[in-house]
Design a protein. Structure first.
Ligand code: ATP
Length: 423
């Protein structure tokens, strides 16, 4: 390590199969440069001589299969070289998926693998998904990424589930570019807040992904990688089983938890291959607070861009120009329900919301639905706005929107999730 004026410069020489792990102190910035050799960040190749920049809170691993020399500048919270990583196991998984794709290449009646990554929180599920997708796309594949983790919402914002065809490796600094993701509104950050709705949306998403595979042979051959929530007990477990069945998965990778592995082997048909894999020692446990911050950051990025490069719009919307709904009515006891309806049906019922102060700071999804109220729940959404003010006297909402007025559609779905716009 050398000290250069006020900037800390650290150099690391990595042997083959080593990994440099570092965290960036909050509110700091750290740059990474590959000086020689070959390296990758979560499956994306690092370009030699290019300076990559990571903001506060980033947790990064730079892996090398061949050996390399790396330089870090800036304040890292921790920076060390790890010799033990599960990367070879993950690479073998990729090779296994590629075998299935190769069979589909030459046989029209076959499709590529549908793989689901499961495990408790903080085991690196999202990272393994990214790795497998990057390796696939680097080989010219076009896999579909499905994100069922409503807590983080990698493909759009928290409180949604979605899918996206991956066309190029993730950007080292910014992740996958979000070109036309297919997103459904769920409206909560916990999958357990409305299990009925969650399962309904998973089924719908699975249907849509299957249709896409029918229509696009390259996607069909490349297969699907599914990221899931870290809630793996009780009802959370049942929801995983539901997702596995809805997507007709061929392979489930269980990270870190043997109990979950055993349960899945017991409960799923033999045609579903379930494998147990270790988590990487580099995955850092995130506190509740860190999760909340990550969620907020995701939303801020949606409106302002990862480096503040977007300029969202703020404008007024007349109450009368939009129709706002929420999904789920207060539960009534069965005895009070209309004949033939169950209390459960209430959970997937569309309820009209009269604009009032309660909307303040809530996120709202803009549904693609144009008319009719019946299928709004199962229609995808085209974007999100945030309510920054409610003027009851003038019957106006002030909203933060990535696009200028007018809103592209008028059917809106209220999310339980709030965002404080501090700009
Ligand atoms: P969640 O429970 O929120 O779904 P997860 O299981 O999907 O979490 P990840 O989001 O993949 O976990 O990883 C958690 C954090 O650890 C991320 O910030 C990621 O960048 C970091 N991370 C993953 N692998 C490594 C590694 N090998 N070295 C250092 N950091 C890592």
């Amino acid at each position: 390590q050398r000290q250069k004026e006020s900037e800390v410069v650290q150099e690391f020489k990595l042997e083959q199969d080593n990994e440099l792990r570092f965290e960036v102190e909050s509110k700091e910035k750290v740059t990474l440069e590959l000086k020689s050799g070959l390296a990758e960040v979560f499956g994306t190749e690092v370009v030699k001589g290019k300076v990559y920049s990571f903001g506060g809170g980033s947790k990064i691993a730079v892996f090398t299969w061949q050996g390399c020399l790396l330089e870090l500048r800036g304040k890292t919270e921790a920076a060390y070289v790890a010799r033990e990583t599960p990367m070879i196991i993950y690479l073998n998984t990729h090779a296994g998926l590629e075998q299935i794709r190769k069979k589909a290449d030459t046989d029209e009646s076959k499709r590529g693998p549908i793989a689901m990554i499961v495990g408790p929180t903080d085991v690196g599920k999202s990272t393994v998904c990214k790795l497998l997708l990057n390796y696939a796309v680097r080989m010219g594949r076009r896999p579909i990424y499905v994100d069922l983790d409503v807590g983080q919402g990698q493909l759009s914002i928290p409180g949604t589930v979605g899918a996206m065809a991956i066309e190029r490796p993730a950007d080292v600094e910014e992740g996958f570019s979000q070109v036309c993701p297919l997103i459904y509104h769920y409206g909560y950050k916990e999958p357990g807040s409305n299990v009925m709705l969650y399962n309904l949306l998973v089924t719908k998403l699975a249907q849509t992904v299957a249709e896409r595979m029918e229509a696009n042979r390259q996607n069909a051959v490349s297969g699907v990688i599914i990221n899931t929530c870290g809630w793996v007990k009780g009802q959370g477990y049942q929801m995983l089983i539901h997702a596995a069945k809805a997507f007709e998965v061929d392979l489930i990778i269980v990270l870190d938890q043997e109990r979950l592995y055993n349960e899945l082997v017991r409960d799923l048909p033999e045609t579903v291959k379930v494998v147990f894999q270790p988590k990487s020692g580099g995955v850092v446990e995130r506190s509740r607070q860190a999760r909340i911050e990550a969620r907020d950051q995701r939303i801020r990025e949606y409106f302002y861009g990862s480096a503040g490069q977007f300029y969202p719009h703020s404008f007024e919307v007349r109450f009368s120009d939009v129709k706002i709904f929420k999904i789920g009515a207060p539960a009534l006891p069965d005895s009070l329900m209309p004949l033939g309806m169950k209390a459960e049906d209430q959970l997937t019922k569309l309820v009209t919301v009269q604009p009032n102060q309660q909307l303040l700071h809530h996120l709202i999804s803009i549904s693609m639905a144009e008319s009719g109220e019946d299928d709004i729940i199962q229609t995808n959404v085209t974007g999100f706005i945030c309510v920054n003010n409610v003027d009851l006297e003038r019957q106006m909402l002030t909203v933060l929107s990535p696009q200028p007025r007018p809103l592209p559609r008028t059917r809106l779905l209220l999310s339980d999730i709030q965002y404080m716009d501090s700009h």
